[in-house]
Design a protein around this ligand. Structure first.
Ligand SMILES: CC(C)(COP(=O)(O)OP(=O)(O)OC[C@H]1O[C@@H](n2cnc3c(N)ncnc32)[C@H](O)[C@@H]1OP(=O)(O)O)[C@@H](O)C(=O)NCCC(=O)NCCS
Length: 195
């Protein structure tokens, strides 16, 4: 299914300007984006891809995502420079049940587009979408001592570390690493923080 029951996404496509002046266009993923997304994932170093939940180098996995888009479960926001995807941020949520007020963010920026503010901008964008649509809390998981930029970027927009899961990650060589859980309240607190 393409589209959304929950989100109004009229702000997209949306152009943002990075710290070095590069222009990037943000828009939610569509069914036509499979090839560009696959190329993007192939450009991510294997030791970073290793921490992702799916094998993103598999054309079948990416095709499954683009052909069964369900924004209400996972809203993928892509950043484009021309025909090239340079970042992918996702807002995950469940529509029913005890956790329906909590969303989760995942962000990945192409190595050559890092440290220019794109990761922070994507986090901010997805947090604003979540806030506007009634989610009450956001969480983000990061690998301690490895995904340091993600932790810093998240803390800079208001996330705080609430838990550490010891040894929940294993690197390519089998070494254990801790997973840090960060959370941020939305609603009144977020509106005050952002504006
Ligand atoms: C995390 C990630 C998305 C950040 O993207 P980015 O576009 O480089 O982030 P920004 O340029 O907005 O930087 C945000 C903050 O992160 C910190 N940061 C960025 N790169 C850093 C690095 N290499 N080391 C330490 N801190 C870093 C800085 O505090 C920076 O803020 P500042 O520029 O105001 O000083 C990107 O590094 C990435 O894709 N990493 C691999 C995947 C990952 O870890 N994903 C997180 C799982 S949710």
């Amino acid at each position: 299914m393409t589209g959304s029951h929950v989100y109004r996404l009229t702000a997209y496509p949306k152009e943002i300007v990075l710290r070095d002046g590069a222009k990037v266009v943000l828009r939610p993923m569509s069914q036509q984006d499979g090839d560009a997304l696959l190329s993007f994932f192939l450009g991510i170093p294997p030791d970073e891809r290793h921490y992702m939940k799916d094998d993103v180098t598999s054309p079948q996995v990416v095709e499954e995502w683009t052909h069964h888009l369900d924004y209400d479960r996972a809203l993928p926001l892509l950043a484009w420079v021309g025909d090239t995807v340079v970042a992918d941020g996702t807002l995950h949520r469940t529509r029913a049940g005890a956790r329906r007020h909590v969303g989760e963010l995942r962000i990945l920026v192409a190595p050559e587009y890092r440290t220019m503010g794109l990761g922070s901008a994507m986090m901010q964008e997805l947090a604003s979408i979540a806030n506007e649509h009634g989610l009450e809390r956001l969480m983000l998981q990061a690998v301690a001592q490895k995904e340091i930029a993600a932790i810093k970027a998240a803390e800079a927009i208001g996330f705080v570390q609430v838990a550490v899961l010891p040894g929940h990650g294993k690197d390519l060589d089998g070494r254990l690493s801790d997973i840090v859980i960060l959370e941020m309240p939305l609603g009144e607190w977020f509106n005050w923080w952002v504006f």
